[in-house]
Design a protein around this ligand. Sequence first.
Ligand code: PGA
Length: 250
Amino acid sequence: MRRPIIAGNWKMFKTLAETRAFFDALIPEIQGVEHCEIVVAPPFTALSAAAEEAEGTRVSISAQDVFWEPQGAFTGEIAVRMLVDAGCAYTIIGHSERRQFFAETDETVERKTRAAINGGLHAIVCVGEMLTERDAGQAAAVVRHQVKGGLGKFSETELSRVTIAYEPVWAIGTGRTATPEIAEEMHLEIRKTILEIHGPSSAGAIRILYGGSVKPDNIASLMKCDDIDGALVGGASLDPASFAAIIKYS
Ligand code: PGA
């Protein structure tokens, strides 16, 4: 029912030439892939080049962040309409690196998500606990709080333009993937939270991606879990061959 999404988050990697070379290598590898949506999130500077490369292919382009104001004196920020203009269909919001290093909060996540979906983008909203929170037995509580704080006020229609990415901070870039059991348990917890706030139809429809050291050799076991609807891939999305292998997990 829920169409899987495999999304690559390039973070602060790749120039224009590297972006073009990536697509030249990726596109022939994923001809005929129909079982999932494919999303690539380059840095801002490479968005329009990526959109040009992806035109007429199955790949959609995503930003990694966005600001909530439509325009104005906000040095260094990027508005939703600029992303749409550059060819984006998606934006990531509230990645744990933004929360940790750039003071992103559930409140800013909500404002950005509202702006993104009202402006015609699909939002990939990230949640996930730190290692200390998991060790203290608070993982579920932390993630429930992030989901309620970031997405609690949206209507069912608005929520249909949102995908959640569960990314335990201790698994990001560490090579330590959550086991499928841990991931599934947390995805269920997130779906239950959506059920409580928004009801069964939103809870059944919303897609929840797993992120954190997803690689070609662990994607299949993650995707076997009922509540895992795809992956947000960092490091392994930078290499076209490994990203293609992840896309072709089944
Ligand atoms: P990783 O990053 O795959 O390199 O762990 C995932 C992410 O931060 O989205």
